[in-house]
Design a protein around this ligand. Structure first.
Ligand code: SF4
Length: 468
C-alpha cells in the first residue's frame, strides 16, 4: 500500500509517498502529483522513513539511563516537579513537531505557569521567525507559485543547500528570457550556479547589504552609502545595479535563507520585508526546521509575553532554569549547564539521557498532524504507520498533566501566521544593524546536514546495516 506524508527537514515541506507493508514502511515511492515538489526529494527527504525501522530507537521510557515503565516515569516527573519553582521551568519544542503537539506544549506551559516556551532548532531560524513577526504598515509575503512566476529573484544565502528541491522553480525563472537572478553569499555556493550575478561580501554582512539597499532606495547620500559598502565589502556599483534590477515593474521575489553564519537574522528578515515593499516585490524565507514558522505563530498567539529561544538559552547558561522539557529536541551545549530536572522525548538515547527522564519520541510520519511551511502553506498529514512505543507526545503529556487534548486540537487548527510582534521605526533598526561586524569565515552548509541533530548519524548507520 502507498501512503502519503510530508518531509519536515526544511520548510519547503515536500510531499512524499511511502510503500507500507503491514505496520512497516519499506520504501520511498515518489509523490509525482504533489504540486510542491512533483515527486522530487533531496537526500534528507529520501531517507526520512528509515528512521521508523531503526533498531536503536527508544520504545519505552527511561529514568537516569535505566529502562522503566510509563507509570514510573510519569510519577517521577510529577514528584520531581514539586521541588521546582514554576518560573524557572523551560519548554523547548522541536521544529519538526506538528501544531497539535505544539498546542499540547503550550497547554503545559499554561499549566506550569511558565513563560519559557520556545521552539528549538537554533538561533538563526528563531531570530528569522521573530523578524517576520514584527509589525510593518504593509507586508508582501510570496507563495511558492510566485517564485516561479518571478522575473527577478534576489536570493540571500544558499537556498539550494537548505532547500535543494526548490531548484526546479529557480530553474524555471532562469529559463525565462530577460530574467535576473542575483545571489548574495560570501561563498561560491550551490545557489551561485544559478546566478546572473553573484555578489560576494564579507562573512555575515548580508544584513547590512539589505539595509544598504533600503537606504539607497530611500534616498541616502553617496557618502553614507560609500561607508556602508566599504564595511560590507562590496563595490558601490554592485549595490546600485542590484537596486536597479529589483526596482522595476517585473514580478519578483526576495528569497532569504536564515543562517548561523551571520548574526541578527531577525534584522535581515525585517530589511527584506521593507525592501520588498519599496520595490513592489514579494519575499519568502526558507528554514531548516519544517514547522518553525507555524510553531512560533502558535506560541505567539497563545502566549504573547513568552520568552524567546535566545532568552531561554541565556537563562540556562546563567543557571536560572531548574527544570527543562526538551520535546523532540536536543541542546548540544546543555552538558555544561544541565538543569536540576531534565525531561526529554527523543528518538534515541543520548549522553543527556543518563541525567534525564526520557520518553520515546514518535516520528511525524507516525502521527496525524498539521504544519505551516514557507509561503504560509498549511499541510495536514496522516500517519504512515503506528508510533513505535505506542504513545505520542500529546498522549503522555496530557495524561501526566491532565491537559485538554481536544482544546489543543482546536488551537492548532486556528493557528495562522500574522504580524504579532513589536513595531519599530526604521532608524532604530538601522542603528542595531550598524553594530554588526564581519564574522570569521564559516563553513558552507552541507546538503546532508540533518538539522544538526542525532538523526544524521543514525540514518546512515541504518542504511549501512540493513540488507533489504
Ligand atoms: S527540500 Fe526540504 S522538504 Fe524537500 S525533501 Fe529536501 S529537506 Fe525535505
Amino acid at each position: 500500500m502507498v501512503k502519503k506524508s510530508v518531509c519536515l527537514f526544511c520548510s519547503l515541506g515536500c510531499g512524499l509517498a511511502c510503500r507500507v507493508e503491514g505496520r512497516e514502511a519499506v520504501a520511498i515511492d515518489y509523490d509525482r502529483n504533489n504540486p510542491v515538489n512533483l515527486g522530487a526529494l533531496c537526500p534528507r527527504g529520501y531517507y526520512n522513513y528509515e528512521l521508523l525501522n531503526h533498531p536503536g530507537r527508544l520504545t519505552s521510557p527511561s529514568v537516569g539511563g535505566e529502562d522503566g515503565s510509563w507509570g514510573e516515569a510519569a510519577s517521577k516527573v510529577r514528584r520531581e516537579l514539586q521541588g521546582i519553582d514554576p518560573g524557572s521551568i523551560g519548554i523547548v519544542v522541536s521544529p519538526l513537531m506538528s501544531l497539535e503537539e505544539g498546542a499540547i506544549a503550550a497547554a503545559l506551559a499554561e499549566k506550569l505557569k511558565t513563560r519559557y516556551l520556545c521552539v528549538g532548532g537554533g538561533l538563526a531560524d528563531n531570530d528569522a521567525a521573530l523578524g517576520a513577526s514584527w509589525r510593518l504598515a504593509e507586508d508582501h509575503p510570496a507563495t511558492l507559485e510566485e517564485i516561479e512566476t518571478s522575473d527577478r529573484l534576489l536570493i540571500i544565502g544558499d537556498i539550494l543547500t537548505r532547500t535543494p528541491v526548490l531548484s526546479r522553480r529557480i530553474n524555471a525563472v532562469k529559463a525565462k528570457k530577460g530574467s535576473r537572478i542575483i545571489v548574495v553569499d560570501p561563498h561560491r555556493s550551490h545557489a551561485a550556479w544559478f546566478a546572473s550575478r553573484h555578489i560576494t561580501l564579507k562573512s555575515g554582512m548580508e544584513v547590512l547589504f539589505a539595509a544598504a539597499l533600503v537606504k539607497l532606495l530611500s534616498g541616502a547620500d553617496e557618502a553614507e552609502l560609500a561607508a556602508l559598502t566599504d564595511k560590507i565589502g562590496v563595490p558601490m556599483s554592485a549595490l546600485k545595479e542590484t537596486a536597479a534590477d529589483l526596482f522595476g515593474p517585473e514580478p519578483g521575489t526576495v528569497i532569504v535563507v536564515p543562517s548561523p553564519n551571520r548574526r541578527r537574522n531577525d534584522l535581515l528578515i525585517y530589511f527584506v520585508r521593507i525592501l520588498a515593499g519599496l520595490t513592489n516585490k514579494k519575499w519568502i524565507s526558507f528554514h531548516e526546521g519544517g514547522n518553525i514558522v507555524g510553531l512560533n505563530a502558535l506560541f505567539d498567539g497563545r502566549h504573547p509575553g513568552r520568552a524567546r529561544y535566545f532568552e531561554l538559552i541565556k537563562k540556562l547558561k546563567q543557571g536560572a532554569i531548574q527544570g527543562l522539557f526538551l520535546l523532540g529536541e536536543d541542546l548540544s551545549d546543555l552538558e555544561s549547564v544541565a538543569p536540576k530536572l531534565l525531561i526529554k522525548s527523543r528518538f534515541f538515547k543520548s549522553k543527556l539521557s543518563r541525567e534525564a527522564i526520557c520518553f520515546p519520541q514518535a516520528s511525524h510520519l507516525e502521527l496525524a498532524g498539521s504544519y505551516i511551511f514557507s509561503g504560509n502553506r498549511r499541510e495536514n498529514a496522516l500517519p504512515l504507520v503506528p508510533a513505535a512505543g505506542g504513545r505520542d507526545l500529546a498522549a503522555w503529556l496530557a495524561e501526566i498533566f491532565e491537559l485538554d487534548v481536544e482544546g489543543a486540537r482546536h488551537q492548532a487548527a486556528d493557528t495562522a501566521v500574522k504580524m504579532a510582534g513589536e513595531l519599530f521605526d526604521l532608524e532604530t533598526v538601522m542603528n542595531e544593524a550598524a553594530k554588526i561586524e564581519p564574522m570569521p569565515d564559516c563553513q558552507v552548509e552541507n546538503v546532508t546536514n540533518f538539522a544538526g541533530n542525532e538523526l544524521a548519524s543514525n540514518f546512515f548507520w541504518y542504511r549501512a546495516n540493513n540488507k533489504r
